[in-house]
Design a protein around this ligand. Structure first.
Ligand SMILES: Cc1cc2nc3c(=O)[nH]c(=O)nc-3n(C[C@H](O)[C@H](O)[C@H](O)COP(=O)(O)O)c2cc1C
Length: 394
């Protein structure tokens, strides 16, 4: 089999084949019935293109700048938490993003320390959850800055639904002998995955801790330990976000915006960027696809703040549709996790190349020479597609 795959869905098929069932299920799951999860992906199909067939541009420019970082394509790695997908985990993802000239968000719940990740990619944004006291949140952000993080992403939208109709992923509290024994039947069916965790005769047990929640060099709490601390912390208010933005002083993104009024508040607190996001369908099920909400938000605040979108991006043409509706860039989640599962660092590079190729051919078809020329004129938007909350009623 050719290790290079041509579509993100092929990466997903390979991830499904390679990963133990519970690990794969943790990547694909969403809240409750999965209405939002499905809409995030399906809504892109409702948008069409209006191509020019003569006059295509010979060279096309995909580069842009987000949160002060020049990136070679308008696609960034979205932060995702502890994943036992690949032994190199976030370090492999960071290398792949660097090789393809783009930035990476590193989750607070990542399995690798920020120091190791920022050492291989100089465009890393640290993603903070509102976890414990203000002082501790700031201490973690300062640690990230010291390691080389160039921006802070604050995620505001994860409710971690327990009720998933296709079953919640079973993540062991700790990968000890007992947990391995329980997972053994699944792992036995996935020998390639198990083999990956043997490195020159040494067994690397998947790390389900969150080292970026602890002090530098200290062992992190388990994923569920960190999660428990987070659940016990009262959620942030806008004043808290404003305080953190000022203390941090550098590029600052609020991730999880779905409403126009919230987008305006992010502008008011001086944020650099927002991501229109519903946590990949992992927040409140029934929230519309982010692509339906993007246009009105970008129209309202696009001149005052960088607007990103994440949720449902599976191909380059999805990226182009988001840019045409006003996004400055997008972030991808599952797409790169599947690439990582399918073929490690090369698999993530493969996914980024699929995105680049798809954006480039859509630009060519649309007769545009740069992503910055894209506008609503390039796409066909069916009536009623766009939805907007938090705008004054007229
Ligand atoms: C398995 C998984 C873990 C995630 N963990 C985090 C996280 O730790 N922090 C965060 O801000 N977002 C997290 N997200 C949300 C992603 O950053 C992003 O919003 C989402 O995956 C985008 O949707 P997509 O997967 O359809 O691209 C996670 C998503 C998935 C699928």
């Amino acid at each position: 089999m050719n290790p290079w795959f041509e579509t993100v869905l092929e990466a997903q098929r390979r991830a499904k084949k390679r990963l133990p069932k519970s690990v794969y299920s943790s990547l694909i799951s969403g809240s409750e019935k999965g209405i939002t999860l499905a809409d995030n992906v399906d809504a892109f199909s409702e948008l069409g293109f209006a191509p020019y067939v003569v006059g295509a541009q010979a060279d096309r420019d995909l580069s842009t700048s987000i949160m002060g970082q020049d990136i070679s394509l308008p696609v960034i790695i979205s932060p995702t938490g502890v994943q036992a997908v690949d032994p190199e985990g976030e370090v492999a993802v960071a290398r792949a993003a660097a090789a393809r000239g783009t930035a990476m968000g590193l989750s607070s719940f990542a399995s690798k320390p920020i120091e190791e990740v920022a050492a291989v990619n100089d465009k890393v944004f640290f993603q903070a959850y509102w976890l414990n006291s203000r002082e501790e949140i700031l201490k973690r952000a300062d640690r990230a800055r010291e390691a080389g993080a160039k921006g802070l992403i604050v995620t505001t939208d994860w409710s971690f639904s327990m009720g998933r109709d296709w079953g919640s992923p079973e993540i062991p509290e700790k990968v000890d002998f007992k947990a391995l024994l329980k997972l053994a039947p699944e792992i036995a069916l996935r020998p390639k995955y198990a083999w990956d965790w043997f490195n020159k005769g040494k067994i690397n047990i998947p790390d389900l801790t969150a080292p970026n929640v602890a002090d530098k060099g200290e062992p992190g709490p388990t994923f569920f330990g960190a999660y428990g601390q987070w659940m016990q912390t009262p959620p942030p208010r806008w004043e808290d976000l404003e305080w953190l933005r000022k203390e941090w002083g550098g590029p600052f993104m609020v991730k999880g915006i779905t409403r126009v009024d919230d987008a305006k508040r992010a502008v008011d607190i001086g944020a650099t960027a927002i991501s229109v996001s519903n946590h990949g369908g992992n927040n409140l099920d029934g929230t519309p696809a982010t692509i339906r909400l993007l246009g009105p938000i970008a129209d309202a605040v696009g001149d005052d703040i960088e607007v990103l979108l994440d949720g449902g991006i599976r191909r380059g043409s999805d990226v182009v549709k988001a840019l045409a509706l006003g996004a400055d860039a997008v972030m991808i989640g599952r797409a790169y996790l599947w690439g990582l599962a399918a073929n490690g660092q090369t698999g993530v590079e493969n996914v980024l190349d699929i995105m680049r190729g798809g954006i480039d051919s859509a630009l060519m078809g649309l007769g545009r020479k740069s992503i910055h020329e894209l506008s609503r004129e390039d796409i066909i938007i069916p009536e009623g597609f766009e939805q907007s909350f938090g705008t004054p009623k007229v």
